[in-house]
Write a protein that binds this ligand. Structure first.
Ligand code: HEC
Length: 331
């Protein structure tokens, strides 16, 4: 009798639950990546509320630290060492850029500077940020060239790959790198950077690296005439790297700090190029434009601008309608 009394209520609640389920977002608790942190979270964060509640927000390391210590102050039984592991795990698994469900591709970051290129294998998003810093997003991966401060990384994706051109402070900024990197971030860099970043993988001029299907080749960058002091060039040959990336059918060249060297003039079939225009370290806009007329990329960004005028670079290339110049303020 009692059973019969409850049956309609049970049925109704099942139906209600089913309709709620279909309307729900994917549960982030279902797609937590494996790891020591996951075991701790699933043990320590379920005593007072559902796991779903614990892992629903997306926060950075600071945010998760605050949350975990808040929970400890509410009575969560967690040792400090465990808290460290949990914070580290959650800021990776449920970081600001983590997908709501790991099955869904990461939504690319875009702003008014972002250009979208087709590659035959998905979109390539190009976002020049500041000075020599460029963000590429391709097939759910984020690649930064020379990430330095002077720009807000708060809304930007964490890097899967960072490539560094040189050890000069406007290209290698350890503090910024430490802030944006994850434990899985790979850094490719010339030998000179290795001393500051022991975990980096060294590429010499000419070396190639295959990063998950993205080909990265280190190419020469150096001064021909501009010197720091008599006989000492700002950038001697062989020390720093420019980079040539292959994203599907698109070949992208990031020149680094260089003048119009023969290796640049001899490049062929470049779709998108980044060319420096500042003095005294690289070359003035007019010289850079002359160089671009030699290797004829389809698109060129004057970057690493210092006090030079990117508009001057664009004017020098007005006679070349096949070369599209994209100017942004990138001092
Ligand atoms: C001792 C009980 C307890 C434990 C254990 C616990 N929490 Fe909580 N948690 C709470 C309470 C109480 C609230 C509701 C607080 C409120 O009113 O906002 C809460 C709310 C939350 C929220 C939602 C509020 C917010 O900050 O967005 C998150 C997220 C959260 N907990 C994460 C965690 C994580 C992660 C763990 C494991 C490290 C954890 N909790 C373990 C008690 C606990």
């Amino acid at each position: 009798m009692i059973k019969l009394l409850f049956l309609p209520i049970i049925l109704a609640s099942i139906l209600l639950r089913a309709s709620q389920l279909t309307a729900q977002e994917p549960d982030p608790a279902d797609s937590l990546p494996p790891g020591e942190g996951k075991e701790l979270v699933t043990a320590a964060c379920v005593q007072c509320h559902a796991l779903r509640t614990a892992v629903a927000p997306q926060r950075d390391a600071e945010g998760w630290k605050a949350t975990v210590y808040d929970m400890i102050s509410r009575g969560a039984q967690i040792f400090p060492e465990e808290a460290e592991v949990i914070i580290e795990y959650l800021s990776r698994a449920r970081g600001p850029e983590s997908a709501p469900s790991s099955a869904a591709p990461v939504q690319g970051y875009r702003d008014e500077r972002t250009a979208v290129e087709s590659t035959g294998q998905g979109e390539l998003l190009i976002t020049p940020l500041v000075h020599g810093t460029v963000l590429f997003q391709y097939q759910g991966r984020s690649i930064y060239v020379d990430p330095i401060g002077k720009t807000d990384y708060g809304r930007l994706p964490r890097p899967d790959l960072v490539v560094i051109t040189d050890d000069h402070p406007d290209h290698l900024e350890l503090e910024t790198l430490g802030k944006i990197s994850t434990p899985d971030t790979l850094v490719l860099a010339p030998e000179a950077v290795k001393a500051h970043l022991p975990k980096s993988v060294v590429l010499k001029n000419g070396d190639q690296y295959d990063f998950q299907g993205i080909k990265v080749q280190a190419v020469p960058m150096y001064n021909l005439v501009r010197e720091r002091s008599p006989g000492i060039k700002y950038h001697p040959p062989g020390k720093g790297n420019g980079y040539l990336f292959v994203f599907g059918v698109k070949r992208v060249y990031v020149a680094g700090d260089t003048e119009c060297i023969p290796e640049m003039k001899n490049l062929r079939e470049i779709d998108i190029a980044f060319v420096p225009i500042n003095l005294p370290y690289t070359m003035p806009p007019q010289e850079a434009a002359e160089c671009v007329k030699q290797f004829r990329p389809k698109v060129v960004y004057p970057y690493h601008q210092g006090n030079s005028d990117p508009g001057e670079f664009a004017r020098q290339l007005q006679s070349e309608p096949q070369i599209q110049v994209r100017t942004l303020p990138l001092p």
